[in-house]
Design a protein around this ligand. Structure first.
Ligand code: ATP
Length: 237
């Protein structure tokens, strides 16, 4: 089974890697593809602080290169127009005809999926692994499953899984030891000149900082440049 980890990765952070490792182990994935979106249709308000897609892809590549089960995939960067997951899944389904696909979503992203393009087709096209993500939220799939696909699924009595009535796809809620990190908090720290060394993958840290993409003043001192303050890791994830 191949996992698809979609996101803006603006930038990739340690919370992404922690979730990716936990899901890969829990589901015994043969591969996990990180798929940065080129033009995310749902993050328009964030446009001013969206790093160029090629930069975000490059950082993902650096972050995953030491894990043989992980790979960065540029499928959404190759396609013009908004990056709709349903289109990506169709293309990946043609590429991996022998494999089942599971989309990996944090609980926050999963709750939003009813507003994504063609949600009913989406939920019928792949399995979905929903991971926990701080802050902890009461409830489970019965509370989070988007309204528009509710009738398509039979949920287990414990609320931890569901099966599509016709398509044979499933949804599973995976409790993982998630890290309390977000890309928006990282962008905010970089703009304020605070270190993000403990928050982003070590292999991508220097490139993210050097890009200056999130600097409030692009000519200012990089927060993680030698001699800059405050101390790296001062504010922990
Ligand atoms: P932003 O703060 O800009 O909204 P983000 O940190 O949520 O970004 P995305 O690239 O939008 O990062 O997220 C991609 C996927 O990773 C989503 O499914 C999201 O729920 C999940 N994810 C992000 N951060 C974490 C985390 N700390 N733990 C578990 N899952 C996460």
């Amino acid at each position: 089974m191949i996992g698809i980890y979609g996101g803006t990765f603006n930038p990739i952070h340690r919370g992404h890697l922690r979730a990716a490792e936990a899901v890969t182990a829990a589901l015994g994935l043969s591969r996990l593809l990180f798929v940065p979106s080129a033009r995310p249709p749902h993050k328009d308000s964030d446009a001013a602080i969206m790093a160029p897609a090629q930069e975000r892809l490059a950082w993902v590549k650096m972050a995953v290169r030491d894990n043989p089960l992980f790979a960065a995939d540029d499928i959404e960067l190759e396609r013009p127009g908004p990056s709709y997951l349903v289109d990506t899944l169709e293309a990946l389904g043609q590429r991996f005809v022998e494999d089942e696909l599971v989309f990996v979503a944090g609980r926050d992203a999963f709750c939003e999926m009813g507003s994504w393009k063609s949600p009913r087709a989406l939920f019928a096209a792949c399995h979905i692994a929903v991971t926990s993500r701080p802050p902890a939220l009461d409830g489970g799939l019965p509370d989070w499953l988007p309204e528009c696909v509710r009738d398509d699924f039979i949920l287990a009595p414990d609320g931890r899984s569901g099966r599509h009535r016709r398509a044979g796809t499933w949804i599973r809620h995976l409790e993982i030891p998630a890290l309390d990190v977000s890309a928006s908090a990282i962008r905010d720290r970089l703009a304020r000149g605070v270190s993000v060394r403990d928050w982003v993958p070590e292999a991508a840290h220097a490139a993210i900082v050097a890009s200056g993409c999130y600097n409030e003043d692009p000519k200012g001192v990089s927060p993680d440049a030698p001699g800059s303050s405050p101390t790296p890791g001062e504010e922990k994830p």
